[in-house]
Design a protein around this ligand. Structure first.
Ligand code: ATP
Ligand code: MG
Length: 340
């Protein structure tokens, strides 16, 4: 099976389950913009609100977060003239294909998903069925566009593998070559930004501790304070990357610096090797503020005109449906639905 017959197309999305974090920006959003600007791909970027309700969301809050996420995308450089920008629930074919994939994915596959185990925690019996089924809907988000490439953080690797398994099983079961076997794009030095409080946990927008993350909307003082308080060890920074092994918190801060500065880890250590955190942390805070402040300023400006955001999303949904409606129709025909 080859992907050569498919249009090179990028799809990715984020949940409006909280505000954007530095992890979302470095691991995903910054990469979205790069893939949009490098050319050679059609790019489609999404706010996945149907995923957000797999855990409880206050409705008014969810609406606000969805629009804020759209503003974050645009402020970071997603250009709705170059990319299709959409809210998931406004393009109903995502959920419709999601149902078909619920019937393709196997219980055993879903039970292996580590994100469900992490998010459901000790009380898995009380988690929503949606949280369990989430990766099948995610596969539909991607495959309803026949997307060939998906930029994501490292935590989504397993869900991307499941997406490939679902596409392959569908193609095999129905004897077709209909869905592409999508390539994950997990690149750069910040594919897994860690919590500032615990170097073994990833930074997440839904983490109850605000001190664990840098939010895109944090002001300069808050960013400086969070970085100053970030957990570290007492040693100076090494001059080579090897010296960061077994120092997860130090490695995390160096990776963040490298990603923000478009540098390699080696370049950062060439500059800061031998420095104490008392020197490195303020430098990191300055760099973070210089990169994030223009984006958060622009986000705030965009949030002053909600009707304009809604217009952009309505236009995106219209564009998206020219791709998704025919793919859903064909899927329904393949599986034997009458009247599709
Ligand atoms: P939640 O806690 O609600 O799951 P999240 O911060 O994990 O929120 P998602 O909406 O699940 O954000 O993910 C959006 C994108 O950001 C995905 O591509 C994901 O891989 C990426 N991402 C999330 N957290 C990180 C992180 N700490 N480092 C790098 N990339 C990340
Ligand atoms: Mg997540």
């Amino acid at each position: 099976m080859t992907n050569t017959t498919f249009t090179p197309r990028v799809f990715s999305g984020m949940q409006p389950s909280g505000g954007l974090t530095l992890g979302n920006y470095l691991g995903a959003l910054k990469r979205y913009v790069e893939m949009q600007d490098q050319g050679g791909f059609e790019t489609i970027y999404c706010m996945v609100d149907l995923h957000a309700i797999t855990t409880w969301q206050d409705p008014a809050d969810l609406r606000a977060k969805t629009r804020e996420l759209a503003a974050g995308y645009i402020a970071a450089g997603i250009d709705y003239e170059k990319s299709i920008l959409i809210n998931q629930s406004a393009v109903p074919e995502h959920a419709q294909l999601g149902w078909v994939f619920n019937c393709v994915a196997r219980m055993g596959w879903m039970q292996r998903m580590t994100q469900f185990k992490d998010k459901a925690g000790k009380n898995a019996q009380n988690a929503s069925l949606g949280l369990f089924a989430y990766p099948a809907l995610m596969a539909a988000d991607i495959l309803i566009y026949h997307a060939t490439h998906v930029p994501v953080g490292e935590d989504q690797k397993q869900h991307l593998e499941l997406t490939r398994d679902i596409a392959a099983k569908f193609n095999h079961d129905y004897g077709v070559d209909f869905f592409p076997i999508t390539e994950p794009v997990i690149e750069g030095v910040a594919t897994r930004v860690m919590s500032l409080r615990d170097g073994s946990k990833k930074m997440s927008k839904s983490d109850p501790s605000d001190a664990s993350r840098i939010n895109m909307t944090d002001d300069a003082d808050t960013i400086a304070k969070k970085i100053r308080k970030a957990k570290t060890d007492p040693d100076a920074l090494p001059s080579e990357a090897k010296g960061l092994e077994n120092r997860p918190e130090a490695r995390n801060l160096v990776n963040i610096y490298a990603a923000l500065g478009d540098m390699t880890v080696e370049q950062v250590l060439a500059e800061y090797g031998g420095a104490q955190f008392g020197t490195f942390k303020p430098a990191l805070a300055d760099l973070a503020v210089s990169k994030l402040a223009p984006i958060s300023g622009e986000m705030a400006r965009l949030m002053d005109d909600i009707p304009e955001i809604d217009r952009i999303l309505a236009r995106g949904a219209e564009q998206a449906r020219t791709i998704t409606a025919p793919i859903l129709k064909k899927t329904y025909e393949i599986v034997g639905m009458v009247g599709a």
